[in-house]
Design a protein around this ligand. Sequence first.
Ligand SMILES: Nc1ncnc2c1ncn2[C@@H]1O[C@H](COP(=O)(O)OP(=O)(O)OP(=O)(O)O)[C@@H](O)[C@H]1O
Ligand SMILES: [Mg+2]
Length: 250
Amino acid sequence: MTPIITLFNQSGGVGKTTLTMNLGYALARFSLKVLLIDLDPQSSLTTFMGIEPTELSETLYDALLQEKDLPILSSIHKMDLVPTNINLSVAELELVSALNREGRLKIKLETVRDQYDFILIDCPPSLGLLSVLGLTAATHLLVPIETEFKSYFGTGLLLDTVARVRRHVNPFLSFAGFVPMKFDGRRSQHTRTYGQMKQELSLLGTVFTPIPDSTVFPDAAEDRCPLAVFKPQHRAVEVLSSIAKELIQL
Ligand SMILES: Nc1ncnc2c1ncn2[C@@H]1O[C@H](COP(=O)(O)OP(=O)(O)OP(=O)(O)O)[C@@H](O)[C@H]1O
Ligand SMILES: [Mg+2]
């Protein structure tokens, strides 16, 4: 069965969207068919992929709330994308009274799942209903965590949310692992936090090799392309590829 991997962390700016796009590309480079889902009304993934959110005629919102098919944009950087725009921000309110609200994304993904080898879902930075939709649809959870004390501190809250989702809507949700983000090995707080992550989180899932802190990531995003296209020789490309290889073993 096609793994559906949701990238989730309620902390903002840890690198969820960057990781979604770059891991998707790393998987696509292994000739795998990858679908990316933008579940964040901020539409960063849609934008990073080079699509202008305000110009979209149909988005994820229409599939979740207007009973339309998933609007899939094909072959962008070797991947397919379900785009989003700001319309999705009202979905959280509209879904409150909807039937089977938590299961809505899951049901939509079932209709296309067999066309893909991997589906990656980029969540918004919140513990709200949209993230719950992403966690309900997932077979696996991948958690990017900034290697800063403050970001790591929020992991307890995240684990509580995952436990609630497992209890109520998705008992089979498992951890694909944890990805230390924006790691600078020269900073003692980063090496300390990374050590703590390995010690405490390895019990739950793989703690992957850290993604280095580098301005090349915002530069690649500004250029609307994956790092491996923007700067193929960058050392983070190999790290991303090694994580993708481990995901293939799921
Ligand atoms: N490894 C990295 N090193 C340096 N900057 C990075 C790295 N990864 C991502 N960034 C930058 O950090 C910023 C936030 O990244 P991104 O949008 O991927 O985070 P996010 O968790 O999806 O944010 P949000 O919570 O708003 O959805 C972007 O400018 C991105 O280019
Ligand atoms: Mg994001």
